[in-house]
Design a protein around this ligand. Sequence first.
Ligand code: HEC
Ligand code: HEC
Length: 150
Amino acid sequence: MLRVTCTIAALACGLPGLAVAQPSAAPQALMSKECGACHMAFPANQLPARSWAAVMAGLADHFGENAALDPASRAAIEGYLTANAATGRAKALRGLAENQTPLRITELPSWQREHRGKVTPQKLAITKAKSQSDCVACHAGAARGQFDDD
Ligand code: HEC
Ligand code: HEC
């Protein structure tokens, strides 16, 4: 795996700070650009693959916005998200039935349990979060998938 990474991204492998470069670096960058245009690009491991597939299938009517992409970009981003999605015993999936396909991280039972009493209107106002979905307002490392550093 790492050897493949280095072949594809030889430059990145030479730079110590980029040691975590993934084979999927290009789709990830595309995702950051396209999905990050309106909100933080949510980390793939916060939803199961079936949810990402559903989100990506409905981009033309995405929470009241048109977030449609060209087919190639859509496929590349969906490939990245589903390949890096939450699986098995991941914390994000605790309490979620296999036949449930939430389109939101904030609909996950685990998210709701973690945030009980923490996303009240007052808390949102203090943190200047646009909504409870504005992870980065409260979690500085959210875009890097870090939620326990605050
Ligand atoms: C044109 C703007 C726009 C673009 C582009 C966009 N989104 Fe969204 N997205 C929204 C809005 C608006 C919401 C709802 C936010 C809220 O409820 O506060 C949202 C919410 C979400 C949520 C649910 C967040 C939660 O509450 O847990 C997910 C997941 C999501 N977007 C994924 C994506 C992905 C993946 C992409 C890129 C393929 C993307 N979005 C691109 C506007 C956009
Ligand atoms: C209004 C502030 C606020 C918003 C918005 C918010 N969170 Fe949190 N979150 C918290 C607090 C407070 C905790 C509990 C303390 C902690 O662990 O940091 C928490 C805990 C968590 C945890 C558990 C961390 C651990 O230690 O295991 C995760 C995961 C998480 N949040 C993800 C998210 C995601 C994803 C979003 C956006 C969809 C989000 N949060 C939005 C305030 C917020």
